[in-house]
Ligand binder design. Structure first.
Ligand code: GAL
Length: 933
């Protein structure tokens, strides 16, 4: 894919027979029915042939191993961490870290490794489970262990998010108690009627080093906390009885550069199938020859036979259109001819099929296209009886990578206006919540963002489902390090044993999502420094990816590798972190031993004229919402220092949005360099939202300063800078700073305006302070000499000479009232849906008080709970579970969750001493609120 249009051939699993079929588009009148009816219509199918049961509720949880436990449950070698510091400068060179010595006691790894066998291509390299039952004597895995005293938890669960925050050491991992062992237990009734079925536990993500026992028998596990994985419970199930599951997790200290979360923090499923069934993520749908008139849809299905004897099965797939909410819209729109294949005992086979669809509804990003999706329903039958039915959601789109112009989708040039996102959900921690993730994407979409980079690990599956539905483009990323590690106990410890399994599982899981356009195999890896050796490893990872998906290019994000080094040539697309704008390319950094680089887009282009170049990471601009520090820099991009955008006493960074990490640049400077290099496919800003951990530049804090949106979900001023540039047709004008400065009367207080207009006139108390225009490569209007006086500041902006948009800031009086604004007044009473309620401190007349820091107490009545509170202040170390919290620069957030199965009115009251309290009502209803696409 280095040159345009190159494609890769996919081989089936070694040894697996391949059958081929070609289908025809069927007319709607011939269509069978929607999915449900598909089975109802089949007289041989009595029950749904595959069950995927949510297995989230009613677990028991306990931290630590049982007292006096004699058996070592250590997975493998680990680095002893004595130094409490857990922050690694982001752009420090990843190295071969201190050699780890094998522990004296035996380790459990040999029993865990076989779980990944389905993701090892070479049969000779697959693992054989040793004899015996490791850990079978441990009290917590016993069927009869009494866990009734353990707290009850529902998944997804993050044991660390409640805190307390740790105030010593550095905040690299978010200052929350992630490290240590946690146990989860749950009973599992399996009816006698299930005998003969295959029973799987599917875990979307558990942090980390998961080990699973069923009825005291060690089943398997998976170390990498961001992977989704499956263990086969079948051999250990007692049918017709209650079974006991026990899962042990072990989070090492110093395992991450950001907050990893802790626990079974994503959804868990119990999957039951017939013994001959579609393999995990076993259907692969790809599309080619895509046009408005037609598209060829290829459906490759891998069938697993869990039986001790061979089976002959018939595979058929039908395609249904989905509406914006992801529901089938009725009749099948296409059908693949059924094909028969033999699957040997305890083996797998692949069936390949294709169909040409007329007038496909293409998937593409808004605003000019629609993210239309389809579902392929594959049925497996034996002797006329349907034994499995499997759904694969997909989209039909033509993605073209062009070295001269970047990326086009279905013929439309789409510059990447992307952001990098970590996996945490702020005050909710790592515990995945669909609504919280959807809210993140909704705000990003409002800003004009069209792309996500899942930095630096596989996301929750639902993030990609949301991206499909909303039409985001995704750079799906697997790893932050390879053999060379960044922190003592990060993924480098298991990379040699697990990279193939993790990478194949990642691609197989995510390859049908139309939103995914790029596979990233790594971020700023230490192998940038190891020449040909590092490049060889990159090529191996790229080859693994292409064996699993020949249709998308590979990339890795490079902050060091230069055009003449081997690594950039090893993958399909060049991904630069900060190098396009230049790194520490200012005289004051001369002589530093850190990375220093002049702007390199042109040098990469010269060396790689046939390769697409994009910025996988830009900016790392810093600010604290609502904090304005003086004096204000005259530059458009400067590092943070005390008195220059930063205050190390307050640990806050100015929101004039003129400062960035030493190796980064402000949005203005990135916009400039992208405009000057139109061949660059676009950018992924570091970061869309603030995240827990990595609180550079003030590591006594808990969370980052780089988000365009703060941790609570409140827009920083930077939001409007991006919105003005990324949505040029939306009339916008945004004034900063606020205009309540009793201590600045008579002092110079610069005023900046972010607007999609090209000119603006600023008025202070009705007096014009002049009309200014944006010159080429300028992205803000500046009145740097304004002298503060209280009153009203107003801007009127113009575009092409016509009035375009206005904004106003008024001087506020003292805090007087609290106003509550729920993001949704109606939520689903399912125990998961959330309303995010913003509390604004206002003066008597309703004007927001910009620096109010009143302590606010929350109370709730009705069928719901306060899930968490926050204020977006990176330095705030109050527990997210506290029901009172001080406002930060006039705002506070309370997150409300309805109880499962209980409809009714939830009333939230916010009180603060001396202020009029505020109330909001959120209705919990049995139905999900309609989902805007
Ligand atoms: C980058 C790194 C990111 C993050 C960022 C912070 O170099 O890739 O993961 O650490 O710096 O500025």
């Amino acid at each position: 894919m280095r040159a345009r249009g190159k494609s890769f051939a996919l081989g089936p699993l070694p040894g697996a027979p391949v059958m081929r079929t070609r289908g025809l588009a069927i007319r709607a009148t011939m269509a069978a029915a929607a999915i449900g009816a598909l089975f109802a219509a089949d007289p041989h199918t009595k029950a749904a042939p595959r069950e995927r049961i949510s297995f989230d509720d009613g677990w028991r949880f306990q931290k630590g191993d049982p007292a006096g436990n004699a058996v070592s449950l250590l997975y493998d070698v680990r680095t002893e961490v004595t130094e409490p510091r857990d922050i690694a400068p982001a752009d420090a060179q990843a190295k071969e870290l201190a050699a780890v010595t094998a522990p004296a006691q035996p380790v459990i790894k040999a029993w865990i490794l076989p779980t990944g066998n389905a993701f090892i291509r070479d049969p000779a390299r697959r693992y054989v489970r040793p004899k015996g039952n490791w850990g079978g004597d441990v009290a917590y895995v016993q069927r009869n262990f009494d866990d009734r005293m353990w707290p009850r938890v529902d998944l997804p669960h993050d044991w660390a998010i409640a805190g307390p925050f740790v105030t010593t050491g550095a905040g690299g991992m978010g200052r929350l108690p992630t490290a240590g062992v946690g146990w989860y237990r749950k009973k599992l009734g399996i009816p006698a009627a299930d005998a003969g079925k295959s029973i799987f536990l599917d875990v979307d993500g558990a942090m980390a080093y998961a080990m699973v026992w069923l009825n005291g028998q060690l089943v398997g596990g998976w170390p990498y906390g961001y992977s989704s994985w499956r263990v086969d419970l079948t051999p250990y199930v007692v049918f017709g009885d209650e079974n006991q599951l026990a899962i042990r997790l072990d989070n090492p200290p110093a395992s991450s550069r950001w907050y990893p979360g802790a626990g079974i923090y994503r959804h868990v499923w119990l999957t039951k199938t017939g013994p001959v069934h579609v393999a995990p993520w076993g259907a692969q749908v790809t599309t080619r020859e895509v046009s408005a008139a037609s598209a060829t849809v290829d459906v490759d299905v891998t069938i697993d036979n869990d039986l001790g004897y061979g089976a002959t099965v018939r595979i058929a797939s039908q395609i249904f259109a989905l509406d914006a909410a992801g529901r089938t819209t009725g009749a099948a729109v296409a059908s693949l001819d059924p094909v028969e294949t033999a699957v040997a005992a305890r083996s797998c086979a692949m069936v390949k099929g294709s169909v040409v669809m007329a007038n496909p509804r293409l998937w593409g990003p808004p605003p000019h296209q629609q993210p239309n999706c389809y579902v392929a329903v594959t049925t497996v039958s034996q002797d006329g009886l349907v034994t499995d039915a499997y759904e694969t959601r997909f989209g039909i789109r033509a993605v073209r990578f062009d070295p001269d112009t970047g990326i086009s989708i279905n013929g439309e040039h789409v510059p990447l206006r992307g952001v990098c996102q970590h996996h945490d959900l702020g005050a909710l921690g790592a515990a995945f919540n669909r609504r919280a993730a959807q809210r993140q994407l909704e705000l990003l979409r409002d800003m004009g963002c069209n792309a996500l980079r899942t930095s630096h690990n596989p996301p929750a599956p639902e993030v990609l489902e949301l991206a499909d539905k909303m039409g985001f483009l995704v750079m799906d990323e697997a790893f932050d390090c390879w053999v060379r590690g960044k922190t003592p106990n990060d993924f480098h410890l298991i990379f040699p044993d697990w990279h193939e399994q993790d990478l194949r599982a990642f691609v197989r899981r995510d390859r049908n999502h139309p939103s995914v356009i790029l596979w990233s195999v790594g971020n700023e890896v230490g192998e940038q420094y190891t020449g040909e050796e590092g490049a060889a490893l990159a090529r191996r990872l790229g080859a693994i990816v292409h064996q699993e998906d020949p249709t998308r290019p590979t990339i890795c994000a490079m902050n060091y590798a230069k055009p003449d080094m081997p690594l950039p040539a090893a993958l399909d697309v060049i991904g630069l972190n900060y190098q396009g704008e230049g790194i520490r390319d200012r005289p004051e950094f001369a002589g530093t031993d850190r990375i220093r680089t002049p702007p390199l887009y042109d040098a990469f282009r010269k060396k790689f004229p046939h390769t697409v170049i994009l910025s996988a990471e830009t900016a790392s601009a810093f600010s604290s919402r609502g904090v304005y520090l003086f004096p204000v820099s005259k530059e458009i991009s400067a590092p943070v220092r005390d008195g220059q955008g930063g205050d190390s006493r307050l640990c806050q960074v100015s929101a004039y949005e003129l400062h960035a990490v030493d190796y980064g640049s402000t949005p203005d400077r990135v916009f400039q360099s992208l405009e000057r290099h139109p061949f660059v496919a676009g950018e992924f800003v570091w970061t869309g939202w603030d995240y827990l951990g990595e609180p550079t530049p003030y590591d006594t804090a808990r969370s980052s300063y780089s988000g365009i949106i703060d941790l609570a979900g409140f827009r920083k001023d930077r939001f409007y800078l991006y919105q003005a540039h990324w949505r040029p047709d939306l009339p916008t004008a945004h004034i900063l700073p606020h205009w309540t400065w009793p201590e600045r009367v008579g002092k110079v207080t610069p005023v900046h305006v972010f607007t999609s207009g090209d000119e603006g006139e600023l008025f202070l108390n009705g007096r014009s302070l002049g009309r200014r225009e944006k010159r080429p490569y300028e992205y803000r209007l500046r009145w740097d000499e304004v002298v503060y006086e209280p009153g009203t500041l107003k801007v009127v902006t113009y575009k092409n000479g016509r009035e375009w948009a206005t904004d106003e800031r008024k001087t506020a009086g003292p805090p007087a009232k609290l106003t509550l604004t729920p993001d949704r007044a109606e939520i689903c009473a399912d125990g998961r849906d959330l309303s995010f309620v913003t509390v604004t401190v206002t003066d008597e007349g309703g004007c927001p008080v910009p620096r109010a820091d009143n302590r606010i107490h929350f109370a709730l009545e009705g069928p719901g709970d306060i899930a968490a509170t926050d204020n977006g202040d990176p330095t705030c170390l109050e527990s997210f579970h506290a029901h009172d919290r001080r406002a930060f620069n006039g705002l506070c957030l309370v997150i409300v969750r309805g109880w499962a199965g209980k409809s009714g009115s939830i009333s939230i009251v916010a009180r603060a001493e001396g202020l009029m309290s505020g109330t909001a009502i959120v209705q919990a209803t049995p139905n999900p609120p309609s989902e805007a696409p």
